[in-house]
Design a protein around this ligand. Structure first.
Ligand SMILES: [Zn+2]
Length: 420
């Protein structure tokens, strides 16, 4: 009797597995898959069922899928992860990036660029995170995570200078309470010859279970030495954002006299400091990025620092930023890696940024277009490029959320939120 039940269970189990394997929600056919974490770089099909990646292989049968996507001539990558964005959009006057109108609601700007995960970089602090969660994180299809600001109020203009509002203990408490969303702490925009903001953020990082700190090094006159920042104040795993900035009030990584990356910067990278782009309005200069690229010093992660200002200035968006690194000599696979598995590793969410079987089906389908493109920075320096990345399709948790040219069959247009 027992044996019969066991046999039945085994039969039922294998049958259900067969039927599960034989029907897919989506099969992406014939694209060039670049999945750096799994070392995949070649033409493969990708199958998705129940919001998860179920197979990456040659010749998956498209007839077994509800929808097929023709990705011939296109690149198929994990959904992009932008770890420096500003998404605490709101209507409070003079609140800037904290519940104000300089920030952006994510879904309107992510999917059309292949981005499926954003990490808000310090727009909220421990006092304001709950509001950010309720009005942005919980309302978005984009996966929204956060570095919370060491300033309790977050990025509310002048509030960012208030040392009395930089509380390591309270910041760590909120990070622990919301550990599914808070990935680390942010230091930003502080003007002053003072290590306290960095040290308090690192302290919070230790108290919250050794999570990373992202540093926007603000301004100081004379500038604080970044060698001391990297080697004495930060831990391995901390993130230096705006790494190709060249502003007078902070030290930069390339010595403009020798045109070489400063030797201690290589040491810092060896120590485990991550160098993040955080492009922003004036935080990326070719005068830093090009000499660094010539020496093979490329960013650990590519990110936008997207907000109302930067998106309408030189930065534009994630794919334009990635295209700039392609144009100055970073190879495509490394560009994809710096926009998927690397940032996932930096925020300690290594389940993201890859196409492993069982992973959430977040996928970007990209066209590397040929043409004549002028990729300029905020100083007006322009790199003429013959290639530029464009987003053809974005899939988030197994659902097509953006399809530029109708490459899915049948086309099921992503739903609009109202009839207008
Ligand atoms: Zn920023």
């Amino acid at each position: 009797m027992k044996k019969t039940i066991l046999a039945l269970l085994i039969t039922w189990g294998s049958l259900s597995q067969v039927s599960w394997a034989q029907s897919y929600s989506i099969v992406i056919k014939g694209g060039h898959v670049i999945d750096p974490k799994n070392n995949i770089d070649g033409v493969m099909d990708v199958a998705i069922t129940n919001g998860k990646i179920v197979s990456v292989a040659k010749n998956i049968d498209g007839k077994k899928a509800v929808q097929t996507v023709d990705a011939k001539g296109l690149y198929v990558t994990p959904g992009l992860i932008d770890i420096h964005s500003h998404n605490f959009w709101g209507t409070q006057p003079d609140h800037q990036y904290e519940n104000g109108n300089l920030a952006l609601p994510p879904d309107g700007f992510t999917f059309r660029n292949g981005v499926t995960t954003v990490v808000d970089a310090g727009s909220s602090g421990w006092r304001t995170f709950a509001t950010f969660k309720a009005q942005t994180i919980d309302q978005s299809q984009t996966r929204v995570l956060a570095f919370i600001n060491i300033v309790g109020e977050g990025m509310r203009g002048g509030y960012e200078q208030n040392l009395n509002d930089m509380d390591s203990r309270m910041s760590a408490l909120i990070a622990r309470q919301y550990k599914n969303y808070v990935v680390g702490f942010k230091v930003a925009h502080f003007e002053g010859h003072d290590w306290s903001p960095v040290d308090r953020a690192v302290e919070a990082g230790k108290m919250a279970g050794n999570i990373p700190v992202m540093v926007d090094f603000g301004g100081s006159n004379p500038p604080l030495p970044i060698e001391e920042l990297f080697m004495k104040h930060l831990r391995p795993g901390d993130i230096f954002t705006h790494c190709f900035g060249q502003l007078a009030t902070r030290e930069y990584i390339v010595d403009i006299n020798t045109q070489k990356v400063k030797p201690f910067v290589w040491e810092a990278r060896k120590k485990g400091i991550f160098f993040d782009v955080g492009y922003g309005g004036i935080s990326f200069a070719y005068s830093q990025a090009i000499p660094a690229a010539k020496e093979g010093f490329f960013p650990s992660s590519i990110s936008t620092d997207i907000h109302v200002g930067s998106m309408n200035a030189a930065m534009k968006d994630m794919l334009t930023t990635m295209s700039k690194f392609l144009a100055i000599g970073m190879d495509l696979k490394s560009v994809i890696q710096a926009s998927t598995s690397n940032p996932a590793q930096e925020i300690k969410h290594e389940e993201l940024g890859n196409l492993s079987v069982g992973a959430d089906a977040d996928v970007a389908i990209l066209n590397l277009r040929d043409g004549k493109f002028g990729l300029f920075d905020y100083t007006g320096y322009k790199v003429e490029a013959k290639k530029k990345l464009e987003c053809e399709m974005t899939i988030r948790a197994g659902k097509i959320v953006y399809d530029l040219n109708g490459i899915a069959t049948p086309i099921i247009p992503p739903k609009t939120t109202n009839e207008h």
